[in-house]
Write a protein that binds this ligand. Structure first.
Ligand SMILES: Cc1cc2nc3c(=O)[nH]c(=O)nc-3n(C[C@H](O)[C@H](O)[C@H](O)COP(=O)(O)OP(=O)(O)OC[C@H]3O[C@@H](n4cnc5c(N)ncnc54)[C@H](O)[C@@H]3O)c2cc1C
Ligand SMILES: NC(=O)c1ccc[n+]([C@@H]2O[C@H](COP(=O)([O-])OP(=O)(O)OC[C@H]3O[C@@H](n4cnc5c(N)ncnc54)[C@H](O)[C@@H]3O)[C@@H](O)[C@H]2O)c1
Length: 472
């Protein structure tokens, strides 16, 4: 029977239990507030079940295969029989509990939180109505705050029609039990390149179809060019300036028509077809207008430095538009918890959201770590800049590393302030090397000070000193 009850009054309602929402809801419940967490899917959100964690398990496994193939020339001979079923099992057993969130749900309820399964929508700035799976509805009025953390869903191009075909998004790709013999990947963003390389390392014949002139359009052009070279060397085909114009599926698999900007048509066949053409913010079902918030239906609605859409109504995570990364969702969640506890429990505020040093790592091999502005963004922002670049392979550690040593470090200095405003670290462990650069950009450490630092020999991060010496 459908459950419909009169309005319940609580302290805080969190709608969407992604990484940030789960952490806000858990912290506030543990602090003794009466917190309702509303979740329509899995507690924890995209990252642990369909995103970061399973994809990085696939990448870790694929990288182990690639490292094994680098043994000749370094350490003798190796025979490798890559078997995707090992990582597929690991994703089920260790990462996702076979896509069951019982452990995550218990983690929240053990802190005293109340979990309501269903889809939430705003009935007012502090009122949330939940449509429950049994068809019933419940409404909660929050005395202190409502926190929205709805995340995103895969964006599917409407043309050509994909309907009736068993295409993959990231959600199906991470549930694969074997690597397909052949795979067409539509899109050239982080999801596309990470999964393309992971499957290729398990023997899939992969073709990446990029709408633009290359891979990873948001990264430095040097990163996109080098990754394309690595993909070519690993047998991954890339079709640039190309769109997909027809998709058919039959017992023989996918038949895909790809048309380049000159109108030349290529016919591709593939066992599987992964659509990775971006994300749409899951804001529509939230009925923002129910709380008097205007939304254009496309871009992230604006929030104040404490992530508030209106007094006591917060928006965090991918849908807040400051970077679609788990660390951003959690960073914002921490600011929101701090703000709520400062206002209502006399705790110290944790400051407001800063956006000048947002880091990101694309976990291809070589890894691409980046922070702050790219050279293009800095020039477009009208900054007067100097740029320094050094090749990882030319550093002592890169030379010692030999196979798999491709990469570079690029730094961008604002000459007015003498601090770095952006940097990229591509190479072996590029995401780890990035940490020093994130600190420099975040803390606005003068380049003159960075140049006096002692960089351990022979590390990959020592190449940062070379990049700084190259600033011109
Ligand atoms: C393949 C892939 C790989 C990725 N790899 C990385 C990575 O390596 N590093 C990284 O930092 N980021 C990565 N990301 C991005 C990362 O997954 C997201 O940034 C992260 O999940 C944070 O999203 P979020 O907090 O906005 O919410 P989400 O994780 O999207 O969770 C939102 C939750 O809200 C629920 N929900 C939505 N609307 C409602 C509603 N109205 N009522 C109730 N519940 C609702 C959803 O069911 C969902 O559980 C990856 C993403 C993908 C797809
Ligand atoms: N390692 C990481 O941190 C990581 C990994 C994966 C995803 N993510 C996050 O998830 C977000 C989404 O990733 P993504 O790869 O889907 O998005 P994206 O927006 O970065 O890339 C989308 C790609 O699809 C193409 N595209 C978009 N619309 C198209 C259309 N109509 N026709 C043809 N091509 C089209 C774009 O040109 C682009 O190459 C990322 O921006 C990132 O924030 C992070």
């Amino acid at each position: 029977m459908a459950t419909t009850e009169k309005t319940a009054v609580v302290d805080v309602v969190v709608v969407g239990m992604g990484p940030g929402g789960e952490s806000v809801a858990g912290e506030l419940a543990a602090a003794g507030l009466k917190v309702v967490g509303v979740e329509s899917g899995l507690v924890g959100g995209e990252c642990p079940y369909y995103g970061c964690v399973p994809s990085k398990m696939m990448i870790r496994a694929g990288n182990a295969v690639a490292e094994g193939l680098r043994i000749p020339g370094l350490a003798g001979q190796a025979q490798i029989t890559a078997d995707f079923s090992v990582v597929a099992k690991r994703i089920r057993a260790e990462a996702t509990d076979d896509w069951d969130d019982a452990v995550a749900a218990k983690r929240f309820t053990d802190k005293g939180g109340h979990l309501i399964r269903g889809t939430g929508r705003l009935a007012g700035p502090r009122e949330v109505t939940v449509s429950m799976p049994d068809g019933g509805e419940r409404t909660f009025r929050a005395r202190l705050a409502v926190v929205l953390n709805p995340g995103t869903n895969p964006a599917l191009p409407s043309d050509p029609s994909l309907s009736g075909t068993p295409f993959w998004t990231n959600r199906e790709a991470v549930q694969a039990t074997e690597a397909p013999a052949s795979l067409v990947v539509w899109g050239a963003g982080p999801i596309a390149v990470e999964l393309a390389q992971a499957f290729a390392r398990f023997g899939s014949k992969v073709t990446v179809v990029a709408r633009g002139p290359g891979l990873l359009s948001r990264e430095e052009p040097q990163a996109a060019k080098l990754l394309a070279e690595v993909f070519h060397s690993e047998g991954i085909k890339i079709l640039n300036n190309t769109n997909i114009t027809a998709v058919r599926h039959s017992a023989g698999g996918f038949r895909i028509e790809a048309t380049d900007s000159a109108g030349k048509v290529k016919r591709l066949r593939a066992e599987k077809f992964l659509v990775a053409t971006g994300r749409t913010m899951a804001l529509a079902p939230l009925n923002l207008s129910g709380a008097g918030i205007e939304w254009d239906g496309k871009t992230a609605p604006s929030v104040d430095p404490h992530l508030q859409l209106a007094e006591g109504l917060y928006l965090i995570g991918d849908a807040a538009g400051a970077g679609a990364f788990t660390h951003m969702s959690m960073y914002q969640g921490n600011i929101v918890s701090g703000h709520i506890l400062a206002k209502h429990a006399k705790q110290a505020d944790r400051g407001s959201a800063e956006s000048h040093a947002v880091p990101r790592v694309t976990f291809t091999d070589p890894e691409i770590g980046a922070v702050g502005l790219s050279e293009k963004q800095a020039r477009e922002a009208g900054l007067s800049i100097r740029v320094g670049l050094t090749e990882v392979s030319a550093s002592t550690r890169g030379w010692i590393h030999k196979s798999g040593n491709q990469g570079f470090i690029k730094v961008i200095e604002d000459t007015q302030t003498g601090v770095l405003v952006g940097a990229t670290s591509m190479g072996p462990h590029g995401g780890e090397v990035l940490s020093a650069l994130v600190l420099a950009v975040h803390a606005r450490i003068p380049v003159a000070t960075l140049k006096t630092m002692i960089y351990a020999y022979p590390t990959f991060h020592r190449a940062i000193a070379q990049a700084l010496a190259d600033l011109k």
